[in-house]
Design a protein around this ligand. Structure first.
Ligand code: ADP
Ligand code: MG
Length: 280
């Protein structure tokens, strides 16, 4: 009997969100204006240095683009930030207080770092609304409770996110019926439901039409300020359309950093990109 009561109370929606709050733990401290510190990071795979003494700092609220030839270490860098890969040396801090190298992958997500992979992973046979609803409870164990009614604050947040991603008109449509670009936006929306402080986005415009690319540029630009956004992207026109500060990675280190114009005119960057074209 007691067990049943306990089960009932854990199934109550308001309690579920309390429970999630409790597990979220540390609040990131960005009082020095920096949300991400990567210092002297190196990692080798079978003796090959994929990341080589990397130093990277991201400001709170910044939108940063990371470019670099294939194999430069961009994805590995994101793997290190999200706890998927552990570096051999160096330090990685989220704000001043959260040591990422001592947190598990789920704890890093919980602390406020959201990652969008290249391939969208929306739930095709659910509506957009349901996708966002499910994303609100990132922890799959509490999904059964979502059958209960949402409170007005949660409803508002879903509508707010639908508006941010520009898909309000599609809220009752199945996600499977969306275009490739719309699915990418929905997935960004699903990340936003968890209110990440830092968003990592790997090649968001691969396979998009020009129109979708423009809309994605607008979306990511609109997220900066409220969130810090790190975008890894190959498409130079896209990077030019959103870029403020650009970091060029090469052989696991920062080769150049600055405005798009500055890095494009940097002879070292030109050489690296010409070299890549020569190889392919
Ligand atoms: N798990 C792994 N095992 C072995 N080598 C890897 C692994 N992950 C990445 N690498 C190598 O590390 C280098 C950097 O890869 P990656 O971070 O994927 O580059 P990018 O995303 O910039 O194209 C590449 O040479 C890649 O082959
Ligand atoms: Mg990559």
């Amino acid at each position: 009997m007691k067990a049943l009561d306990q089960l009932r109370s854990t199934m109550r929606r308001d309690r579920v969100f309390d429970f999630m709050m409790q597990t979220s733990g540390l609040e990131v401290d960005v009082s020095h204006g920096t949300i991400l510190y990567l210092e002297d990071i190196s990692v080798s795979f079978d003796g090959f240095k994929a990341i080589n003494n990397l130093n990277l700092y991201i400001d709170a609220g910044e939108l940063r683009c990371i470019i670099g030839p294939n194999g430069a270490g961009k994805t590995t860098m994101m793997d290190i930030i999200t706890g998927k890969t552990r570096p051999d040396t160096g330090s990685a801090y989220f704000g001043q207080n959260i040591d990422l190298l001592h947190l598990s992958e789920p704890d890093i997500a919980q602390a406020g770092i959201g990652r969008k992979f290249q391939k969208p992973t929306v739930f095709e046979s659910h509506t957009l609304f349901e996708n966002l609803e499910l994303a609100m409870a990132g922890d799959k164990r509490v999904w059964p409770t979502l059958i209960a009614r949402l409170n007005s604050q949660q409803l508002e947040r879903i509508d707010e996110v639908l508006e941010i991603i520009g898909l309000q008109e599609h809220r009752t449509q199945l996600a499977g019926s969306l275009s490739h670009g719309q699915k990418q936006w929905l997935e960004i929306g699903m990340l936003l439901m968890q209110d990440p402080k830092l968003l990592l986005v790997d090649e968001p415009v691969a396979g998009m039409t020009h129109q979708e690319m423009d809309r994605t540029a607008e979306l990511l630009t609109s997220l900066a300020g409220q969130h810090s956004v790190v975008v890894v992207e190959h498409d130079m026109d896209f990077v030019r359309s959103i870029a403020r500060k650009v970091t060029v990675l090469h052989q696991g280190s920062v080769l150049a950093e600055g405005s798009m114009n500055e890095v494009q005119n940097d002879p070292r960057v030109v050489e690296v990109y010409l070299g890549e074209q020569g190889e392919s």
